[in-house]
Design a protein around this ligand. Structure first.
Ligand code: NAP
Ligand code: G4F
Length: 339
């Protein structure tokens, strides 16, 4: 049985990856940062179902001692570093914090692995969650040969992490792979990312709980895939004999307008009646066009995306309609009990 350690296990990708690895028979250890409210809602079902499967540990990418201690204690075969301050707009408000967690945090993890190995431990394989955001203003389509032209503190931090991974691979013979993943979404996507913000608002509008949806730039284009597909690519990268860097994408790009169209079409409404522009959601610098060329992932990993944008939008809206209906029902029950 293989042992995996996942940082960022409470996030969207962490939850899908933990499921995938548990299904493959791995012992899975997740790193959770301490919060004043529970942050394990996406993995609650895994903790309950998998006695001896998913085990959680406190740790933080800003705390090297916790990373070192966890690598020594868990002795993983594979480490998936998914933890990050992952919101691009927020990175403009918190640039130092983003650099520390999303950038230097990766260096701390690499050092924890190096120290573990130097003190007689096995060298685990490492997956680093890189991002298409690193391409920034580079022309589309983007692949592994495309120059990084980052346009946000988040993207700069990811570029730094990318090159540290390459450097540790070359300096210490570490098996460390950079995934360069394009946007991927799901019903578990954080509610402040644009796709989920749209599908949740559409569900609330449909059920009469919301009148307006305020958004920023509708012209940006993204290459959106399904998160469940993308964690499989992460796993495949660590099953190879040689480490490498891989773009993971659908190859199809669409604008925020297109996503609005698909989402509202599904519930039979005209998005233009509900959406208003709020400049608060504009960014100091925007990434206009992301469109990935994932030929290397197809040829070497045998990976391709299975879910197109329409299917993704429908999956997300339907999940949000169910979620909002459940919330309404619970509220009704509570009100009855209170009354
Ligand atoms: P996400 O939902 O925002 O999850 C981020 C995870 O990182 C959460 O578990 C979060 O914990 C954890 N985290 C944040 N700061 C931390 C810290 N200081 N120490 C330890 N853990 C910390 O992100 P995601 O969409 O799953 O993405 C996973 C990774 O892929 C991220 O590195 C992201 O930058 C990268 N990426 C994502 C996409 C995408 O489209 N989703 C594309 C390319 C790359 P809490 O739950 O406590 O907040
Ligand atoms: O959904 P977003 O916030 O995702 P963004 O900035 O592309 O970043 C995501 O994908 C990256 C991969 O390329 C990841 F590395 C990163 O961690 C994250 O998962 O914004 C998408 C687009 C942007 O152009 C933004 O300006 O949507 C535009 N947008 C328009 N109105 C909005 C809004 N974005 C957000 N979050 N909220 C809005 O109201």
């Amino acid at each position: 049985m293989k042992t995996a350690m996942i940082t960022g296990v409470t996030g969207q990708d962490g939850s899908y990856l933990a499921e995938l690895l548990l299904n493959k028979g791995y012992a899975v250890h997740g790193v959770v940062r301490r919060a004043s409210t529970l942050n394990t809602s996406r993995i609650e079902h895994l903790i309950a179902e998998s006695s001896g499967g998913l085990q959680l540990h406190y740790g933080d990418l800003s705390d090297s001692s916790s990373l070192r201690r966890l690598v020594d204690a868990i002795q993983p075969d594979e480490i998936y570093n998914l933890a990050a301050q992952s919101h691009v707009r927020v990175s403009f408000d918190q640039p130092e914090y983003t650099a520390d967690v999303t950038g230097t945090g990766v260096l701390r993890l690499l050092e924890a692995i190096r120290a573990h190995h130097e003190h007689g431990g096995r060298m685990p394989k490492l997956y680093q969650a890189g991002s298409s955001e690193m391409f920034g203003s580079a022309g589309a389509p983007q692949n592994e040969e495309t120059r990084f032209e980052p346009r946000s503190p988040y993207a700069c931090a990811k570029v730094y992490a990318h090159y540290q991974v390459v450097n540790y691979r070359e300096s210490y013979g570490m098996f460390a792979a950079n995934g360069i993943l394009f946007n991927h979404e799901s019903p578990r996507r954080g509610e402040s990312f644009v796709t989920r913000k749209i599908t949740l608002a559409a569900a609330r509008i449909q059920l009469g709980l919301q009148d307006k949806l305020y958004l920023g730039n509708l012209d940006a284009k993204r290459d959106w895939g399904f998160a469940g597909d993308y964690v499989d690519a992460m796993w495949r990268m660590l099953q190879l004999d040689e480490p490498g860097d891989y773009v993971v994408a659908t190859g199809v790009t669409a604008s925020i307008r297109d996503f609005l169209e698909l989402t509202f079409q599904h519930i039979g409404l005209d998005w233009q009646k509900y959406v208003e522009i709020d400049p608060r959601f504009y960014r100091p610098a925007e990434v206009d066009h992301l469109e990935g060329d994932a030929s290397r992932a197809r040829d070497v990993l045998g990976w391709t995306a299975t879910t197109d944008l329409k299917a993704l939008a429908v999956m997300m809206v339907d999940a949000d309609l169910n979620l909002v209906k459940r919330e309404q029902k619970l509220l009704g029950v509570d009100e009855l009990e209170a009354g």
